[in-house]
Design a protein around this ligand. Sequence first.
Ligand SMILES: [Zn+2]
Length: 633
Amino acid sequence: MLFSKFLQNILHRGMVYVLLFILVSFVNTDLLNGQDYRFQQKVDYKMTLDFDWKNHQYSGKQVLKYKNNSRDTLYKLYYHLYFNAFQPGSDMDEVSRHIKDPDKRVADRIFKLKRSEYGFVKVLSLTKDGQPTKFDEQGTILEVTLETPILPGRSAKLEMEFLSQIPLQIRRTGRNNKEGIEYSVSQGYPKICGYDEQGWHANPYIAREFYGPFGNFDVTINMPSQYIVAATGVLQNPEEIGHGYAPSSSKKKEKMLSWRFLAKNVHDFVWAADPDYKHLTYTSYNGKTFRYFYQENDKTKENWENLPKVMDEVLQYLDRNYGEYPYPEYSFIQGGDGGMEYPMATLITGERPFNSLVGVSVHEFVHSWYQGVIATNEALFHWMDEGFTNYVSAEVMNHLKSKKMVPGEYEQNPQLSSVLGYINFTTTGLEESMSTHADHFLTNAAYGNASYTKGQVLLEQLKYIIGDVAFKKGMKRYFDEWKFKHPKPNDFFRVMEKASGIELDWFKEYFVYTTHTINYSVHREDVNGIVFHRIGRMPMPLDVTLTLKNGSIKKFHIPLDVMRGAKKQDATFGDFTVAEPWPWARQFYTLKTDIPVNQIFGVKIDETERLADVAKGDNHFPRQKIEGEDFTK
Ligand SMILES: [Zn+2]
């Protein structure tokens, strides 16, 4: 006995030493160097843009400090040259003219541009740490071959001169948009491509999604003094500028004004300029500055004057429910075509009815959470940006309806229309998996379905699976844990697993990586209980409502075995009993309860209508009671 205890002790100590050794070596190699296999490159842009309004061009000087936080030695660098997409024969033009269902805003408009209407960005010179560097322009991508590589953990200073021509407004960016805004300038500078553990993301631009590293942008724009400039960041010299940023200085106006904007921890920079901008400012409930830039006319005046108060309510709602907006300012800028999100700003068309103006403002502002701050690689995980933004926007709009701040009736379930839209799309034969790269969908419709609609439905399904209480907690935690870190799908699902105590890998694998659909039915009743049938390939837990002959209602939740748990609270469904798990591989399942089967009058799957079941006609029993169908069929 004594000997074995001694041995145990030795073994125990041995284990402790082994553990200590593992811990120490882990700390030494990885944690102390800050080099996990996940890393984030860091950028600092300093740019000066000298505007030449006669030619709609600007010459730019860019100093980019690039910190290589990876374990890789970088022999090449890639930049985006987005403006080059606005030339006949560009990839964007090719895709737009040959896709089955072109975006009408683009169609063949690029093909018809005259040379003076093209967009371009030409890199004139580039040095790394003072040494001239070879570069090669390949459409919308610039490939840079470094003489001396950037070693792991080291920084490089890249100095560039470039010339940009602002294209005629086609999509997002451009001059003279249809509402008469002179310059909406997004994607207008050479922007370093994203580099992460999947390598470079040097995708030629075809008008879809974006991705780039976080850093600070210090941008000076030299413009003729009659222009009012709106941009990402905080204006550093408001007294000098006037124009609503500060009371106009008494000094005689200069011919040119230097606008200096500073934005910290953002991944892009947008600006717009127009001599006729009206500039309103609004101090938010928590002391932040919200700016509104628009051309005042009969279509805009009243709506834009009423917008700031509504958006302040939106900010409060989002801060409370989805995590706090981290920047000191935000600008709503009339410009572009439709609506497009950028860090600390959005370009939206402004001559809209009030409801539509609020709708687009809400959508683009919600992007501040899922594009601006969470900043997933949108090309690969578009649904984590557009889908989540759509989901939250629908909740926000419903909240505004409940407060009578926008017209329309409050809806019990503001996500229902997206669930029905997705179900409808599954019948078209056009559906492609959500895991498809944004640029590679065969149709715009399939891209729109996967990124916007099914992305939105994914959150609604998740809320149904884990319950609304855990869901709400998880969404906030996701933002707090992953802000400024470019999360990937698994990161999101892990947060939701931790918030709910439920395994979700099966859900992710089916919903994100396949186009399998959900289809259940109430099959029949037998002496043991109610039998349900999984007809579709995708398994899901079931909310089941039983109506008894005495008129009372009993609710059950049937989890899947692979969930290794079940939702605890779900205010939407109400009080329920958790039934035995359904082993997912089985097609049939019998719900056994202590209620005698002959006391059960009605059975209904998913009474809250959240489940994206593609054939709902057989989700209840008896069928003729609800649908007027013959339940014996
Ligand atoms: Zn969007």
